[in-house]
Design a protein around this ligand. Structure first.
Ligand code: SAM
Ligand code: SF4
Ligand code: SF4
Length: 340
């Protein structure tokens, strides 16, 4: 039996972070020089992750997305994918990656049974990529993404965070690039989540603006008529090309949000913006057992009333969310720890 929260939202969708480490330092996620990492001993083993995923499944979870940090840094990741891809009741298993290590790992990921993949890519200009991520890795990401489109996935998507004055003139180029690869592009509004210590509302390009600039080039854009809990609203160009926009900042979708997040060290968050989470590692390692975990997770979800992005939208003083010093003492507030 699935559980629902106070607003009737099911516990359907789990974002599972497998590491807090990353190969990039994106300006909107990890802009600082130094980070405090999770202790290695705290990182959940694959066996522990499987136990927790089984409990989530028993409470109604049908979708799991592997994330990080950079998930492809996690040693032997295909072994975990193999474990998860055998779960009959998981109707959706996917992974979000920055793509750098993808070309070398894509065959192993496919062989392990990964059906869907999303590659984050914000610009097609090498100099911008370097300025945005601190690494000169655009060719590696393109190689990875292009290898993914040949690897037989059910779907390959490209996630693009749009930032004013950085890449907002590349919407058409990104769509064309995605179209040339058969990959659906999803434009993401810049969010003021923990980690985004340089965020300012002035840098956010709203969904409305994105649609305006795309229709100036392509002509009329029609919304795709579908009822889903997916964060992206999807649209079609007149030639049938479909793309998505995730408007978490200006038009949040908390009302239908069925997502929760598990960090690599087993802390579970009911909202991306939540200040505190539930430690599942401690009871798991203390031998509480599946029934105890089930009760803990189920009861906690039933009391959920989080609507973090809507609260942010309603707040009068909208500057960056969390000061750097707080992030350094509480790395769980970071986007790269929560898994985005
Ligand atoms: N490292 C992987 C990657 O970049 O795809 C997976 C983890 S990353 C935290 C997951 C997603 O969060 C990425 O698509 C990234 O662009 C997005 N993200 C990170 N910080 C963001 C922000 N401030 N606003 C909007 N999206 C953000
Ligand atoms: Fe960039 Fe993803 Fe790494 Fe964050 S976790 S710095 S979004 S690659
Ligand atoms: Fe869900 Fe929280 Fe994001 Fe709203 S802010 S969509 S409740 S995770």
């Amino acid at each position: 039996m699935g559980v629902e929260d106070r607003f009737g939202r099911p516990l359907a969708n789990l974002r599972l972070s497998v590491t807090d480490r990353c190969t990039l330092r994106c300006q909107y996620c990890m802009p600082e020089r130094d980070y405090v990492w999770l202790p290695r001993a705290d990182i959940l083993t694959f066996e522990e992750i499987e136990t927790l995923v089984d409990v989530f499944i028993s409470l109604g979870t049908t979708k799991v997305r592997l994330t990080g940090g950079e998930p492809l840094l996690r040693k032997d990741l295909p072994d975990l994918i193999q474990l998860l891809s055998r779960k009959q009741t998981l109707t959706d298993l996917a992974l979000t990656t920055n793509g750098i290590l993808l070309a070398e790992q894509v065959s192993a990921l496919r062989r392990a049974g990964l059906p869907r993949i999303t590659v984050s890519l914000d610009t097609l200009h090498a100099d911008r990529f370097q300025a945005l991520t601190r690494f000169d890795s655009l060719p590696a990401v393109r190689r990875g993404l292009e290898a993914a489109t040949r690897a037989g996935f059910d779907s390959v998507k490209i996630d693009t965070v749009v930032i004013r004055g950085v890449n907002d003139d590349e919407l058409v180029d990104m769509l064309e690039y995605g179209r040339s690869l058969g990959a659906e592009v999803r434009f993401i509004e810049y969010m003021d989540v923990g980690g985004a210590t340089r965020w300012s509302m002035a840098d956010v390009v709203s969904r409305q603006e994105m649609l305006q600039s795309l229709s100036a080039h392509y002509g009329p854009i029609a919304p795709v008529d579908e009822r889903t809990t997916a964060p992206a609203d999807r649209f079609t160009l007149s030639d049938g090309t479909v793309f998505g926009i995730i408007s978490s900042t200006t038009e949040p979708f908390c009302e239908r949000c069925d997502r929760s997040r598990l960090t690599a060290d087993g802390v579970w968050y009911r909202c991306l913006y939540a200040r505190s989470g539930t430690d599942l590692r401690e009871p798991l390692r203390a031998g509480v057992g599946v029934d105890g975990l089930r009760q803990l997770i189920g009861n906690t979800w039933q009391t959920r009333d989080d609507r973090g992005a809507e609260d942010r939208l309603a707040s009068k003083d909208r500057s960056r969310l969390i000061p750097v010093e707080t992030l350094q003492s509480q790395p769980h507030l970071e986007m790269h720890t929560r898994g985005g």
